[in-house]
Design a protein around this ligand. Structure first.
Ligand code: F6P
Length: 519
């Protein structure tokens, strides 16, 4: 047989009943089914993959053109075909002497210039050289954005909390007034810088929150309110309309998707929190992963191997979700971040040619940090009827040497879970005490969650999404699936305010009535 999909299915048929644990009769199992990139270690030995399966998956990656498509992305080809755009978020983290050509033009001079302006601005705010409207220092920064304009900066800023030495940072994303009210309630407009982050500057949630924040600033500062504003956007005309000084507007090209944008101006809150030098180190980590992805043999390539375990579990074993379980409290927003990165990228039902896909594509991504999840949903992971491949993340060391004994407990718990999932425990007398085991997991281990390591980890996941999307033959860089809800919200708004809900189904009419009892 020459179709790699068929070969994989046939192979799976022969090993389906095998216990993962039995694979460890091979003393070299861990060495063979783990790989390194920089300071990351990916262990995928606690899965049911064997040499034959892995070989077939590598064949699949080759046949589906993963390498060709990867090279096309880095070359600036317009691989986002439905929007006719290049995909060059990697240029945002390219080194000082790199040249990246798009339509015959090097995009790097602009990227470097914006990076330098961001750094000067961040440094000015951090040092106090850029003063508040009343001549003081900015103590707080509020980032207003949603989706990629929120999840990247908020997740990374939280992840690197031990490195914060700048102003306090806060994030507002939800249009629910509870979000902005809660954040602004504790702040003083005279000491707060507001960043409005929206690539398009049209996103309704962000524009509503921005108007509320501007009114709040006006109340405190009068006409000087715009001096407390900065914007991250590609829509310079719209930021000017809002009175934002163009010197405080940081833009990027349409070849950077929102969920891939943390490496550039969208990362401004992180840069303000940890400083430009550490932000550079964060970029350097991602750059190291880019080099690894481009230069390493597929069989040793971390994003490729991570992507292939995803394909194995999704398409060959038929598991429809995967749990992301960081045993790292500072990565507690990673599952939410990966939900956008992965599900907005690969949650697609048609291929690049517009025809329906004939195989399952992106799985459901979910998760919570360990050990908290252990006391919530791990019951289902161990004894439920649905098998969920688990992806653990764990650092060798935390940021609190004085509490190393607690970090040891964290590590022991993480390891215990992957062992328990694999081994199980039967014969306890009562069936409800039995653990069937044979449940797959992978573990990503790193020395410590530093800016460099975080850059590597995020770029690893970006490229994993890329590998899986390339194998499924879909466009990982558009997001048409978010449009319908946005449009309908606009048509429903007048009805929420009391207009006749004519043409709506009885459920929607009934709900409108319940939500508007006085109308
Ligand atoms: O609605 C989805 C989306 O377009 C995301 O892809 C994006 O990250 C988010 O909205 C925010 O968009 P913007 O930065 O233009 O406000």
């Amino acid at each position: 047989m020459s179709d790699p999909w068929e070969n994989l299915a046939a192979h799976y048929g022969t090993i389906k009943e095998r216990r993962i644990l039995s694979l460890f009769d091979d003393a070299a199992r861990f060495t063979r089914f783990s790989a390194h990139a920089g300071d990351l270690l990916l262990d995928f030995s606690k899965t049911n993959l064997d040499e034959t399966g892995l070989g077939l998956l590598l064949d699949l990656a080759r046949t589906r053109g993963v390498e060709t498509r990867r090279d096309a992305m880095f070359r600036g080809e317009k691989i986002n075909t439905s929007e006719d755009r290049a995909v060059l978020h990697t240029a945002l983290r390219a080194g000082e002497d790199a040249a990246v050509s798009l339509d015959g033009q090097d995009v790097m001079p602009d990227i470097r210039a914006t990076r330098a302006r961001m750094a000067a601005f961040a440094q000015g705010v951090r040092s106090g050289a850029i003063e508040t409207a009343v001549g003081g220092r900015f103590s707080d920064v509020v980032n207003i954005g949603i989706g990629g304009s929120d999840l990247g900066p908020s997740m990374t800023t939280l992840a690197l909390a031990p490195y914060h030495d700048g102003p306090r940072t806060h994030f507002v994303s939800n249009v629910d007034p509870a979000d902005i009210s809660g954040v602004l309630a504790g702040l003083d407009p005279a000491e707060t810088l507001v960043i409005i982050a929206s690539k398009t500057f049209t996103t309704i949630e962000t524009m509503s929150n921005a108007a509320t924040a501007l009114a709040w600033l006006h109340k405190g500062l009068g006409d000087k309110a715009p001096r407390h504003l900065a914007a991250v956007s590609s829509a310079g005309d719209k930021t000017t309309e809002l009175g934002i000084d163009p010197a405080r507007v940081f833009g990027f090209g349409d070849w950077v998707g929102g969920r891939y944008s943390v490496w550039g101006p969208v990362g401004l809150p992180l840069m303000l929190a940890i400083g430009p030098a550490r932000f550079d180190t964060f970029l350097a980590g991602a750059r190291a992963m880019d080099r690894h992805f481009c230069d390493t043999e597929l069989a040793e390539n971390l994003p490729v191997l991570l992507g292939l375990t995803g394909i194995w579990h999704r398409n060959i074993c038929g598991y429809d979700s995967r749990a992301v379980l960081p045993y790292d409290q500072n990565l507690r927003r990673l599952p939410a971040y990966l939900q956008q990165l992965d599900m907005e990228s690969n949650g697609k039902r048609v291929g690049l040619d517009g025809a329906p896909l004939t195989r399952a594509s992106g799985p459901i991504i979910w998760g919570e940090p360990g050990t908290n999840g252990q006391h919530a949903f791990y019951q289902m992971l161990h004894q439920g009827t649905t098998i969920v491949p688990c992806e653990f993340l764990i650092a060798a060391a935390g940021h609190h040497p004085d509490l190393a004994h607690q970090h040891d407990l964290l590590k022991a718990n993480c390891l215990a879970q992957s062992v328990a999932l694999m081994r199980g425990r039967m014969g306890q007398g009562d069936s409800y005490r039995d653990f069937p085991g044979n449940r797959p997991s992978i573990t990503l281990a790193y020395p410590k969650l530093t800016p460099f390591t975080l850059g590597q980890i995020i770029a690893l996941y970006e490229h994993r999404v890329f590998v899986e999307g390339a194998i499924w033959g879909l466009n990982s860089f558009d997001q048409w699936g978010v449009e319908l809800g946005k449009e309908l919200a606009q048509t429903l708004l007048p009805m929420v305010k009391g207009a006749d809900p004519k043409g709506k189904d009885s459920s929607t009419r009934g709900l409108l009535k319940a939500l508007n009892p006085d109308r």
